[in-house]
Design a protein around this ligand. Structure first.
Ligand code: VGL
Ligand code: ZN
Length: 189
């Protein structure tokens, strides 16, 4: 079993931000449960000298995805605010690469690849396979994994380290099934 990260692997932490945790402005149920398993993966990657990437939702205050501006979500992850900060307990290494997304008012971006330099950064680091965890399973994890697979990365989906919004019951389970059908490998821990 190739669960141990090796050369060519990178950890991709998706949107592990305060606003997506219980008490946050767009709280994902049990979103805080992803932090401990993510920290385990962080230590495995850093002790192996392998890179860690972390995306963050980083919206302007008048972002089009916000309900007051006609979007589906309560305002969340406004750039520079406390809610947009990474979760308190998340032990991001000092040399983690941070990728901000959905930074422009007129477009949303659920994928960490959408309108960012992520693909270029991964190419530069010789990354071939991504271990993906974070929030939320049915939005930014799903869309980041879809793009990663399209771009021919291998994807190990860290199932203990993801949680879903579940606007409709079952959205998270359907997202996981879709990612696996598209070629992601589910990794419990
Ligand atoms: C997300 C809803 C709105 C996510 C971001 O990170 O999954 N979900 N913005
Ligand atoms: Zn957002």
């Amino acid at each position: 079993m190739t669960t141990q990260p090796q050369q060519g692997d990178a950890l991709l932490i998706v949107d592990a931000q305060k606003d997506f945790l219980p008490g946050g402005r767009l709280a994902v149920p049990d979103g805080d449960q992803v932090i401990a398993p993510l920290n385990d993966w962080i230590s495995r990657f850093t002790s192996a000298g392998l890179p860690v990437f972390a995306t963050r939702d980083w919206h302007p205050a008048d972002h089009c995805s916000f309900q007051p501006h006609g979007g589906p979500w309560p305002p969340h992850c406004v750039a520079g605010t406390d809610g947009a900060a990474f979760a308190d307990g998340l032990k991001l290494p000092a040399d983690a690469t941070i990728v901000s997304k959905a930074t422009r008012k007129d477009a949303d971006a659920y994928s960490g690849f959408a309108g960012t330099e992520l693909q270029q950064l991964l190419l530069q680091r010789g990354v071939l396979r991504l271990f993906v965890g974070g929030l939320a399973t049915d939005y930014c994890v799903l869309n980041s994994v879809r793009d990663a697979l399209r771009l021919n990365y291998g994807v190990q989906l860290l199932t203990a380290a993801i949680r879903a919004v579940n606007v409709q019951p079952g959205d998270g389970d359907r997202a996981v099934a879709e990612m696996i059908a598209a070629g992601a490998v589910a990794l419990e821990n």
